[in-house]
Design a protein around this ligand. Structure first.
Ligand code: MSP
Length: 495
C-alpha cells in the first residue's frame, strides 16, 4: 500500500476573499502535495473556510444579508479562486457543515467528560479581528497591533475553559522528542520558551455569540473559532481516521503558531488523538512594511495578479523572494526581474541552445558521455522532503546555470564542421544538454507543471506518469530528435 501524505492550509475566514498572503500558504501546500503525488504517495490536501466567527456575522450584517446566505456566497468565491489558481485540494471544509459540527460536539463531550473542559467566568478583553482574548501586554495603546482599526471589546461572561495548564509537561516532553515539529527551528524555540513560562487555561465558548456550534453539555453556549476551527483538520479524515490521522504538515502563518503548536496538540490528546507531525510556519507578506491584510486595506488580489502576469511568476516570486518563516515586502518590480532572470532567461537559454544544436545533428548515443550533476538532484530531493521550497528551486536554477556554463565552456559553435571530432563532440554536448535539461524540468514540475510538461514534450522526452519521480529523474534519453523552434516557454516582460 502506498504511503500517505496529509497536508493542510489554514481555513481562511470567510468574511472576505483571500489575498496574496493567503494564497502563499495555499501555493506551498499545493506544491508539496504535487511533489508527494509524483512520488506516488496517497495524498490528501485539505483547505476550507472558517465560518463560525463573529466577524463573518458582522460582515453579513453590513451587507444586509442572512449569515448563512453570506457564508454560502463566500465559500463559493473561495473555491472559485483556488480552482482558478490551480490549487489542487482534495477536500474543502466549511465549518458550518453537519459533518464538522458532529465531530466538534463529539470531541467537546470527550474533553468535558474527562474533566479537561470546565465552567468559569471570563472577564477581560477580546479582539474581533483575531477572534481571540487578549492580555494587556498584547496591546499597544489599547489596540491589537494586527487590527489597529478595530475597537477592543471588554467582556465579562460565563465561559467554558480548556485545562491547558495540565498539559505543560507533556508538551515539553513532546517538543524534546520531536525536534522537527515546527519549521523553521527559530519559530519552534519561540513556542518552547512560551510553554516554559507556564500555561493558562483558555476559553472555548461564548455566551453572547449565537453563530457557532452549541456545546453538547450547555446549549446556551457556542464554541467558536479556535476550538472548532482547529478540528477541521480531523473533519476531513473522519471516514478513514486510522489511515490519515495524524496530519503530516499544517502550513500556517506565524500569527497562529501558538494555537497550532501549543493548544492543538493538547486538545487532540485530551480527545485521544495524536499530535500532527509538522507545522510549517510562514512569515508575513508586507506592503511598504505593513502586513498585507483585509483590515488594513492594502491587499493584492492573487486572481488579478495571475490574470495580469501568471501563476508561475507569482509562485516563483513568493517561494524565492520570501524564505519560509521570514517577513518580506512584496515588490512588484522585483517579481518581474526574478521572472525574467530565472524563467525567461536561464531556462529558455538551455532549451534554445538545445534546439539550435539539434538542428545540426541528431542521432543515437554511442559514447559513454553521461555527465549528470547527481549532487544537485540529491540536494533538491532532500530540500523537498524537508519542505524547503526556496532551496529546492535555487538548486534547480543553479543546475540550469551550470549546464549553460558547460555549454559555454565547450563552445560547440567553434567545433569545425564535418570532421569526426565534430560529430563526436557535438553529439556528446547534445546528450549532456538534453539529459540534464530533462532532469531540471522534472525538478521544476511540482512548481510549474503545465510549462514543464510542455518543455519535456518539446524535447521529445515526456514525463512518464507510470513511473515515480525518482525513477523519472534517473532515466536518460537514448535518442533525440530535431526540435522545432516554437514560441519561448516564458515570454520576457519589458525589455
Ligand atoms: N481562520 C483562521 C485560521 C484557522 S486554522 C484552523 C485564520 N484565518 S485568516 O484568514 O485570518 O488567515 C489565514 C492564514 O493566512 C493565516 O495563517 C495567516 O497567517 C495567513 N496570512 C494572513 N495575512 C498574511 C500575510 N499578509 N502574509 C502571509 N500570510 C498571512 O487565521
Amino acid at each position: 500500500m502506498a504511503d500517505k501524505f496529509y497536508i493542510t492550509t489554514p481555513i481562511y475566514y470567510s468574511n472576505d476573499v483571500p489575498h496574496v498572503g493567503h494564497a502563499y500558504s495555499s501555493f506551498i501546500a499545493d506544491t508539496l502535495a504535487y511533489y508527494k503525488r509524483l512520488e506516488w504517495f496517497d495524498v490528501k490536501f485539505s483547505t476550507g473556510v472558517d465560518e463560525n466567527s463573529q466577524k463573518v456575522v458582522e460582515k453579513a450584517q453590513e451587507n444586509w444579508m442572512d449569515v448563512m446566505q453570506y457564508a454560502d456566497m463566500m465559500a463559493t468565491k473561495h473555491r472559485e479562486l483556488w480552482d482558478n489558481s490551480w490549487i489542487r485540494y482534495t477536500d474543502f471544509v466549511r465549518t458550518t457543515e453537519p459533518r464538522h459540527r458532529e465531530l466538534v460536539q463529539k470531541v467537546l463531550q470527550k474533553s468535558f467528560d474527562n474533566g479537561d473542559i470546565y465552567e468559569g467566568v471570563y472577564n477581560g478583553m477580546y479582539c474581533v479581528g483575531c477572534e481571540w482574548f487578549k492580555k494587556e501586554s498584547d496591546l499597544i495603546n489599547w489596540r491589537c497591533p494586527d487590527h489597529p482599526n478595530k475597537e477592543i471589546q471588554h467582556l465579562a461572561e460565563k465561559n467554558y475553559f480548556f485545562r491547558l495548564s495540565k498539559y505543560q509537561d507533556r508538551l515539553l516532553e513532546f517538543y524534546a522528542n520531536n525536534p522537527d515539529f515546527v519549521k523553521p527551528r527559530y519559530k519552534f524555540n519561540e513556542i518552547i520558551e512560551f510553554v516554559k513560562w507556564g500555561l493558562e487555561d483558555f476559553s472555548v465558548s461564548r455566551e453572547t455569540n449565537k453563530f457557532g456550534i452549541p456545546l453538547p453539555f450547555d446549549a446556551d453556549q457556542v464554541t467558536y473559532v479556535w476550538y472548532d476551527a482547529l478540528f477541521n483538520y480531523v473533519t476531513y479524515c473522519q471516514e478513514d481516521e486510522s489511515k490519515w490521522w495524524p496530519a503530516d504538515v499544517h502550513v500556517i502563518g506565524k500569527d497562529i503558531i501558538r494555537f497550532h503548536g501549543i493548544y492543538w496538540p493538547a486538545m487532540l490528546w485530551s480527545a485521544w488523538y495524536e499530535a500532527p507531525h509538522n507545522l510549517l510556519v510562514t512569515g508575513y507578506l508586507t506592503l511598504d512594511g505593513q502586513k498585507i491584510s483585509k483590515s488594513i486595506g492594502n491587499v493584492i488580489s492573487p486572481a488579478e495578479y495571475i490574470e495580469e502576469y501568471s501563476r508561475d511568476m507569482l509562485l516563483l516570486y513568493l517561494f524565492m523572494g520570501f524564505p519560509i518563516g521570514e517577513d518580506g515586502d512584496f515588490d512588484r518590480a522585483q517579481a518581474i526581474l526574478m521572472y525574467n532572470a530565472k524563467l525567461s532567461n536561464n531556462l529558455w537559454n538551455l532549451l534554445n541552445r538545445f534546439i539550435a544544436l539539434s538542428l545540426k545533428l541528431w542521432g543515437t548515443i554511442t559514447w559513454d558521455v553521461w555527465k549528470v550533476w547527481n549532487e544537485k538532484i540529491e540536494l533538491y530531493q532532500s530540500c523537498m522532503n524537508d519542505y524547503n521550497l526556496r532551496s529546492a528551486l535555487e538548486t534547480a536554477f543553479e543546475y540550469a546555470s551550470e549546464i549553460n556554463k558547460y555549454v559555454d565552456d565547450n563552445t560547440p559553435w567553434k567545433i569545425s564542421i564535418d570532421t569526426e571530432e565534430w560529430t563526436k563532440n557535438l553529439n556528446d554536448i547534445l546528450f549532456i544538454l538534453i539529459s540534464n535539461l530533462r532532469k531540471i524540468a522534472i525538478m521544476l514540475l511540482p512548481f510549474f507543471d503545465v510549462k514543464m510538461r510542455e518543455l519535456l514534450s518539446r524535447i521529445g522526452t515526456p514525463y512518464d506518469d507510470t513511473l515515480t519521480l525518482t525513477e523519472n529523474l534517473s532515466i536518460d534519453p537514448s535518442v533525440f530528435h530535431v526540435v522545432e523552434k516554437g514560441e519561448p516557454l516564458y515570454m520576457r516582460i519589458g525589455k
